[in-house]
Design a protein around this ligand. Structure first.
Ligand code: PRX
Length: 655
């Protein structure tokens, strides 16, 4: 099996440092000792129904559930028979206390504009937009596409959908028109919410123009709601487009929350898999709500006085769960920042953290590595004394980056929570509890409540401490995805078929567990790569490449990269008569950007007369990975190599 970059594994294997939670932090924490964690953890597994019942009861339900957890193979239900409303729990629930006038969202635009929405403001805006959606004919179960910059209206649109029982599908603003179209068509979205533009590194992201071209080929879309973020010129279709401000202008300030069944869908979020077609991961209401609520509260040790900043874009699951739902369910103040963390200067992130006195910062290892590269003078310009807890997510963190984060950003006083989870798991599954768990740089440490991971071999036997294996989950916790939208078969196949007999969820990651039971997640074991903390299917990039008329065949693999975690290397065979070279490589890079988005742009394109294949015709990716890793070429250099020779040297090796 492949377990990610070899150098990464070696460093992780050698790591022996242990950091105890600072005594003062532990004393004030929700969970204060390893003992307390272990007792509660045992209860969450062995007295599962009582444990989750108590947690769920901290939130508001309109109707009590009949059963806490039921399972039949890979089909399962949480809080079945219960009815609630996620928007009510995120907003209305806080209106009867002092939280009413607390900041719910603190927003900063890339251009420095600032807005603060108190819980009561948020309530009104959510209600007005929910009424607006209703006036467009959107009802329970209808899908609403959201393709917006990181502005408060993005959160408002999500909460408005949840309020009326509609299903949102947020598409990351960096995705291309083609990617938006595919997702809208797959979800059969009736309405798309977008903006006239967003700001990114000083430039305007043409969101509306992308939506225009996307919906041309998406007949399902009846209306496009456009939030005026910049006031720039956009093309307009009177029969289809409506300004956000016009839609909400005369709407009532109240909108009763719909009774939403616990197992009713809440959102679809597309993510990459091992085929060219992204998967629409479907989350339901009750379990997701409870999982987000508890994980935010305990893993981030959230207190009333905290200011929480998760730097992820809401287009990814991290933004769904830890910019919007988790913090708001807890009545916390969540910071939203529109732009790039290192623009216009490398200290933008530290300036924002200082400005709003952020106390909990949650970001990605790839970002941390880029801050290290920029130099300590940037964070040193700022007073980061308000920070008390740091978090990471998205990929394994190399111990060197962990130590830098701990010392330079956390001043040695802030615990770090390295949180492992996935789009499919909805909320964090493996993580330290900051007041309880001694941490080891590079390890996500121990399972969160209700999670039963294991590291097993291909037969399903637990591997010995220290040995590598596949990461599985023995029982689905409340926030686990229920299906892939419109493709139950693929859901069963991708996640539940490998250990069907045992009934385990297969996460697609390789991991090892050490003598202390700590988990070290090593990376993907399938044809999915992790680029700058974002998941990409190599097949998706291959499909984008072969959709270009000059390309005969393409194979894409990952190569370890100091900054991005994994760089994208594409091996391409052109059709007869086509000229390889820098120009062709540039064209093909743009092709991928057009089909998917800039995040998938290949770092390197190598032309070959033929790709190495087994006799049965399967591309030998392992060989290509070796070649890509052994590469001495960098950046844009394009090389020609005769891979067909290599191919004939190898036998019928299967991956
Ligand atoms: O490979 C794991 C990696 O990211 C994958 C999930 O990607 P996605 O669904 O896009 O969600 C990312 C944010 C939740 C996982 O299968 N991953 C995520 N967190 C970690 C990680 N790898 C190691 N350590 C982590 N803390």
């Amino acid at each position: 099996m492949t377990t990610g970059p070899a150098t990464q594994i070696d460093t992780l294997l050698a790591e022996t440092r242990l950091f105890d939670p600072p005594a003062e932090f532990a004393a004030a924490a929700h969970i204060s000792s390893l003992d307390e964690y272990r007792k509660l953890y045992d209860r969450s597994i062995n007295d599962r129904d009582a444990f989750w019942s108590e947690v769920a009861s901290e939130l508001t339900w309109f109707k009590q559930w009949d059963g806490v957890f039921q399972r039949d193979g890979h089909r399962f239900r949480w809080f079945d028979g219960g009815a609630t409303n996620l928007s009510f729990n995120c907003v209305d629930r806080h209106l009867s206390s002092g939280t009413r006038n607390k900041a719910a969202l603190i927003w900063e635009g890339e251009d420095g504009e600032q807005r603060v929405l108190r819980y009561h403001d948020l309530y009104r805006e959510v209600c007005r937009f929910a009424n607006g959606l209703k006036s467009l004919g959107v009802g329970a179960g209808d899908r609403v596409g959201i393709y917006m910059p990181l502005v408060p209206e993005l959160a408002i649109a999500m909460l408005a959908c949840a309020r009326i029982g509609a299903v949102h599908s947020v598409v990351f603003g960096g995705f291309s028109a083609e990617a938006v179209r595919d997702r809208m068509v797959d979800a059969q979205a009736r309405v798309v919410v977008t903006a006239d533009g967003g700001l990114r590194r000083g430039g305007v992201v043409a969101l509306k123009a992308n939506v225009d071209s996307a919906v041309e080929a998406a007949d399902c879309v009846e209306k496009v709601v456009v939030f005026k973020r910049l006031g720039n010129e956009v093309a307009w279709d009177d029969s289809r487009d409506i300004w956000w401000h016009d839609l909400v202008a005369d709407q009532p300030l109240d909108c009763p929350p719909a009774d939403v069944a616990a197992e009713d869908p809440l959102f679809i979020l597309y993510t990459s898999g091992t085929t060219g077609k992204p998967k629409g991961v479907l989350h339901t209401t009750g379990g997701y709500m409870v999982g987000c609520y508890l994980s935010t509260k305990l893993i981030f040790d959230l207190k009333d006085q905290d200011t929480f900043w998760c730097t992820a874009d809401i287009g990814w699951v991290t933004g769904h769960s830890y910019v919007v739902y988790g913090p708001l369910l807890n009545g916390a103040t969540s910071v939203m920042f529109e732009g790039a963390l290192n623009w216009p200067e490398p200290d933008r992130i530290w300036a924002v953290a200082e400005r709003y006195a952020v106390s909990i910062l949650y970001t990605a290892p790839t970002a941390i590595r880029s801050f290290i590269r920029s130099g300590n003078q940037w964070p040193e310009k700022h007073d980061l004394g308000s920070l008390r807890l740091l978090g990471t997510v998205g990929e394994p963190i190399n111990p060197e980056a962990w130590i830098w984060y701990h010392e330079v950003i956390g001043g040695g006083r802030c615990p770090i929570v390295d949180t492992w989870w996935q789009t499919e798991t909805g909320s964090i599954m493996i993580s330290p509890l900051p007041g309880a768990t001694p941490t080891k740089p590079g390890s996500a440490t121990l399972p969160f409540f209700g999670c039963e991971p294991d590291v097993v071999d291909s037969d399903g036997s637990s591997v010995a401490p220290g040995a590598g294996g596949f990461l599985v989950m023995k029982n689905p916790p409340p926030s686990m995805a229920r299906t892939l939208y419109g493709d139950e078969e693929r859901y069963q196949l991708e996640y539940w078929s490998r250990y069907q007999e045992q009934g385990w969820y297969f996460a697609g990651d390789g991991a090892r567990r050490d003598e202390d039971g700590y988990y070290w997640v090593l990376g993907r074991v399938d044809d999915v790569i992790n680029v700058s903390g974002h998941r990409l299917g190599t097949m998706e990039v291959e499909s984008a490449l072969v959709s270009h008329p000059t390309v005969a065949e393409a194979a894409v693999v990952g190569r370890p990269d100091d900054l991005k975690g994994t760089a994208i290397v594409a091996f391409v065979t052109l059709k007869a008569g086509q000229q390889p070279g820098d120009e062709a490589a540039a064209t093909l890079r743009e092709q991928v950007v057009k089909e998917i988005g800039a995040l998938a742009r290949p770092d390197e394109i190598r032309f070959a007369d033929a790709l190495p294949k087994t006799r049965s015709g399967k591309i030998m990716r392992r060989l290509l990975r070796d070649i890509a890793q052994g590469s001495t070429t960098t950046g844009d250099t394009t090389t020609l190599e005769d891979l067909s020779v290599l191919a004939t040297l190898r036998g019928d090796e299967e991956e």
